[in-house]
Design a protein around this ligand. Structure first.
Ligand code: TYM
Length: 333
């Protein structure tokens, strides 16, 4: 049996990287596998979130899921904090994971920066909660962007050590990351060496899912590039970070490969390529923003979907935690 699990943090506006690296894949996979997609609000509070805004931010992510094509009749959509089993399994996994494993996590180093001793403990143990998110459903496939690869490796290590320590071979599966395709690593529009991110201070570095058609087109046209026309080969393209990124975005939006995009645009300059990309981006993204706004105008429907999703998710997660408690040897389990 196969099962998909993934999630997005409600910690700021969603951007094109989240959309192409994650949301589009969720929508595709729901037709192939049993799919669980949640809003990672427990992860969001590893850095400060305004309590007056958090529930609304959670609804916004749910609206983006629906706008990207997730169907609540096919996929189970829910808030992480509404399914207590995530937190319960996370504690047990904190006693399975080793400090040395967490010390290697590069995202903590990036996010804590110079203020390591003032970061929350949760920011440090964050990948352990992520492992619990995945394994509490015994998920086999996890669609994510490239930046989550290391967290998936940790998840596999935790699954393996749990199975070994508690004498339960095969109890937890070794989940497979799904990271393929040109959308897996979308870079900043201002700097081809930095990934597109919610936390970049420049709004011109990213396209937000809530940007209107004018903003999308302006950002594509202002994107940093070099003056050369597009090359013939992927090898040459790979030496030009900004050009590579724009071709990758085109390919991911069009559902094609970068080689196919180059076949059409090799030898053409950005004066030709950028307007084509802007048009494609507006065509694909403007309706997503509009659908999000429509769902958010009256959140009744979203709240109903999240509540039903949480109930369905608990039905799958609770038996896993009950079995885990038995394996660990807790009283009454
Ligand atoms: P988050 O909220 O930072 O990002 C959500 C998803 O978007 C992907 N992504 C990108 N993909 C391509 N290019 C980019 N520039 C880009 N930026 C972000 C991320 O890889 C991710 O797939 N830890 C996770 C949330 C999480 C999770 C999980 C994911 C919590 N538990 C269990 C999978 C399974 C995170 O912070 O994603």
């Amino acid at each position: 049996p196969t099962r998909v699990l993934s999630g997005v943090q409600p910690s700021g506006a969603l951007h094109l990287g989240n959309y192409l690296g994650a949301l589009v894949k969720f929508a595709r996979l729901q037709h192939e596998m049993d799919t669980f997609i949640f809003v990672a609000d427990l992860h969001a509070i590893t850095v400060w979130q305004d309590p007056a805004l958090l529930a609304q931010q959670t609804r916004e992510i749910a609206a983006a899921y629906l706008a990207a094509g997730l169907d609540p009749a096919k996929a189970t959509i829910f808030p992480q904090s509404a399914v207590r089993e995530h937190s319960e399994l996370a504690w047990i996994f904190q006693c399975v994971a080793r400090l040395g494993w967490l010390d290697r996590m590069t995202q903590f180093k990036e996010k804590s920066g110079k203020h390591k001793e003032r970061s929350s403990v949760g920011l440090y143990t964050y990948p352990v909660l992520q492992a619990a998110d995945i394994l509490v459903y015994k998920a086999t496939h996890v669609p994510v962007g490239e930046d989550q690869k290391q967290h998936l490796e940790l998840t596999r290590d935790i699954a393996g050590k749990f199975n070994h320590d508690f004498g339960a071979p095969g109890f937890f599966p070794q989940p497979e990351p799904l990271i393929q395709g040109p959308g897996a690593r979308i870079m900043s529009l201002r700097d081809g060496s930095a990934k597109m991110s919610k936390s970049d201070p420049s709004d011109y570095s990213r396209i937000n899912l809530t940007d209107d058609a004018d903003a999308i087109a302006t950002k594509v046209k202002k994107a940093r590039t070099d003056p050369e026309p597009l090359p013939e080969t992927l090898e040459e393209l790979a030496t030009r970070a900004e050009a590579d990124n724009l071709v990758g975005i085109f390919a991911a939006l069009a559902g094609r490969t970068k080689a196919e995009v180059l076949a059409d645009y090799a030898g053409k300059g950005f004066g030709t390529f950028k307007p084509a990309l802007a048009e494609l981006a507006v065509e694909k993204l403007a309706p997503v923003g509009e659908t999000m706004r429509r769902f958010l105008a009256d959140p009744t429907e979203i709240d109903r979907i999240l509540k039903a999703g949480a109930e369905r998710a608990s039905e799958v997660a609770a038996p896993t935690v009950a079995e885990v408690k038995k394996l660990v040897g807790f009283w009454g389990a």
